[in-house]
Write a protein that binds this ligand. Structure first.
Ligand SMILES: C[S@@+](CC[C@H](N)C(=O)[O-])C[C@H]1O[C@@H](n2cnc3c(N)ncnc32)[C@H](O)[C@@H]1O
Length: 295
């Protein structure tokens, strides 16, 4: 591990450092179990309304690029890959009337999600924020009951989860870059896909370290060596690789670059030169299936 990464660990709380290290240790992979305090003190996790912000932004971008029609969750079967410890898009989908919401999240704990602390300091705030944004669709007690009745989150990798299709909507937020093996996840997506299934996946192609540049170290060596060196945290697929995986299995996915950064050509090792520079530059992208079915 390089000095800059060791120094970064010193900025974190002991638990955050342990979580990050565990994710990079091939034998352990999963982080330690989440605690309510840890989640509620995290500036990122505590803001459940960020999923509405993600959705508004992603749909606006997709509308501009591929004529994406706004998702309507009412009566829909919604699936999310890797929703995270606070159920990701689940509360939003249920609040907006989804018939069902399923996710597969290896780090899920229903006891934690429905605990008193998460209910009072996360779900109540989220309910107020969702009401402000989407209108008075249900009271807080109705919301809590709907979450219990309509959300089903499997403690499993997505490809092993007993989710059956066809489903209407598939979402993920910064997950496709973390899955191993990615082929198994795409095969599961094919298994639950129907003619009208729509997908919206946000993928972060950066190094996932708080480095000065999101690609620092990423293109210095080939992916196998990178993963050997730093553990199975990211799979290093680029946009064309993900599109090939979807399309080779009949899923008509399109990629929409959201953010492109400069890449220093001197730092790009020979293995990575098989990609167009423009593909190496994409840090954030949406992978969409607009709903025209398996080709
Ligand atoms: C960067 S986190 C994103 C979590 C959440 N979507 C968010 O936006 O905060 C990646 C998540 O993917 C989950 N994950 C990794 N591999 C997975 C797999 N094969 N199937 C389902 N979830 C997976 C991890 O447990 C983790 O919660």
């Amino acid at each position: 591990m390089r000095l800059s990464r060791i120094l970064h660990l010193l900025d974190l709380t002991p638990r955050e450092a342990w979580r990050l290290l565990r994710r990079r240790l091939p034998v352990l992979r999963a982080g330690p179990a989440w605690t309510a305090d840890e989640l509620l003190q995290s500036a990122k996790h505590v803001r459940g309304i960020r999923y509405a912000e993600h959705l508004l932004r992603h749909e606006a971008i997709a509308r501009r690029h591929v004529g994406w029609k706004q998702l309507d969750f009412a009566g829909r079967r919604v699936v999310e890959i890797g929703c995270g410890p606070l159920a990701g898009y689940g509360p939003l989908a249920v609040f907006c009337g989804a018939a069902s919401y399923q996710s597969a999240e290896p780090e899920w704990s229903g006891d934690l999600f429905f605990s008193e602390a998460v209910t009072s300091r996360y779900l109540k705030v989220l309910h107020a924020d969702l009401t402000a944004l989407y209108g008075e669709r249900m009271s807080f007690p109705e919301f809590r009951t709907a979450l219990r009745e309509r959300m089903l989150i499997h403690v499993a990798p997505f490809d092993a989860a007993p989710i059956e299709g066809p489903v209407d909507v598939v979402l993920s937020q910064s997950v496709l870059e973390h899955v191993f093996p990615p082929e198994a996840v795409i095969d599961k997506l094919v298994a639950i896909h129907g003619p009208a299934t729509r997908h919206l996946h946000l993928v972060d192609f950066g190094n996932h370290y708080p480095t000065a540049h999101a690609f620092d170290g990423l293109y210095d060596q080939d992916p196998d060596a990178y993963i050997r060196d730093r553990g199975k945290a990211i799979n290093l697929l680029r946009v064309p690789d993900i599109l090939r995986l979807f399309q080779s299995r009949g899923l008509p996915a399109v990629g929409i670059p959201i953010r492109a950064l400069d890449v220093d050509p001197v730092r790009v090792s020979s293995w990575w030169r098989r990609y167009e520079t423009d593909d190496l530059r994409i840090q954030l992208a949406l992978i969409c299936v607009t709903g025209s079915g398996v080709s």
